[in-house]
Unconditional design. Structure first.
Length: 288
């Protein structure tokens, strides 16, 4: 029933995510190891939601719809939200003007402040295309409209029920992982695009080629993902190799955490360690 055998790993992750919540809920006391594991699984779920949005896990619409609801409960936001904000907007504009996830809305800088505030700002502006999409579906496709609307309902009922059951556990084991997942996936989008050249054919995104790809379903291969959004996540490393020589070398980072440390912490004291905006360089060159 799976479209791609590699998604056996995806299903195992989702089962493990669900099991981790159940185990934590049953334990008489807080377990820091399981809690940290649940945060990691939450971030992985966000990446899985993104992947499933591009290439459905299953061959049947019914199973993909069921998976949408499963992901919604553990991602912390209706899974359909990727369609208007990501597919119909971000992938078409790719950090150009009009992209609701644009990285330079209020500042061209790339520092700790812009990094930390980006998820909240971007989330706020992304509500506009989501509501517009639902209004459109209400007129053109009532079936999908109700299916997507019910994702909000399912998430709301789930959270309300768990809060009533035990608000402390719900806060720790559900709401906090949700917020970590939503925040992390926004951070990923920011670092993958900030200070790249949105007008370039190949240097529009930053790639992270290190070990984190093994834990987050190759999410670091971002340039090829924008060029070929419909290929499966398991095929990204090989596809990236074919275009790697065409990407500005400064946009192919060896690792995610080394980039974070160098740019946002070492860069506080050493400006040479910070990224330089290719976008601003392009605009400056146009004026000469």
């Amino acid at each position: 029933m799976l479209k791609n055998r590699a998604d056996i790993r995806t299903i195992i992750y989702m089962i493990a995510t669900t099991a981790t919540l159940i185990i934590q809920w049953q334990l008489p006391s807080f377990n820091i190891f399981l809690f940290l594991l649940s945060l990691y699984f939450a971030v992985a779920t966000a990446v899985i939601a993104h992947n499933h949005n591009h290439v459905g896990i299953w061959k049947t619409k019914f199973m993909n719809t069921v998976t949408d609801y499963w992901l919604t409960l553990f991602y912390g936001f209706p899974a359909f939200g990727w369609i208007p904000t990501h597919n119909k907007n971000h992938h078409k504009l790719n950090n150009k003007e009009g992209d609701y996830t644009i990285t330079y809305r209020y500042s061209e800088k790339n520092n700790l402040l812009t990094l930390m505030t980006y998820p909240t700002i971007s989330s706020y502006f992304q509500q506009t295309p989501i509501y517009a999409y639902l209004r459109e579906l209400r007129q053109t496709n009532r079936t999908d409209f109700y299916l997507y609307l019910m994702q909000y309902v399912a998430l709301g009922v789930y959270l309300a029920a768990m809060l009533i059951l035990d608000w402390r556990k719900a806060l720790l084991y559900i709401i906090i992982p949700h917020q970590v997942a939503l925040y992390a996936i926004m951070i990923f989008n920011y670092v993958q695009h900030v200070h790249a050249d949105e007008e370039s054919e190949y240097s529009h995104s930053r790639n992270f080629l290190g070990l984190t790809n093994q834990f987050l379903f190759n999410n670091g291969y971002h340039t090829i993902h924008h060029i070929r959004a419909s290929i499966h996540w398991s095929e990204l490393p090989e596809a990236h190799k074919k275009i790697e020589h065409l990407i500005d070398p400064s946009l192919n980072e060896s690792g995610f955490w080394s980039y974070i440390f160098r740019n946002y912490f070492v860069g506080l004291f050493n400006p040479k360690k910070r990224t330089k905006s290719m976008r601003l360089d392009r605009l400056a060159n146009k004026t000469h």
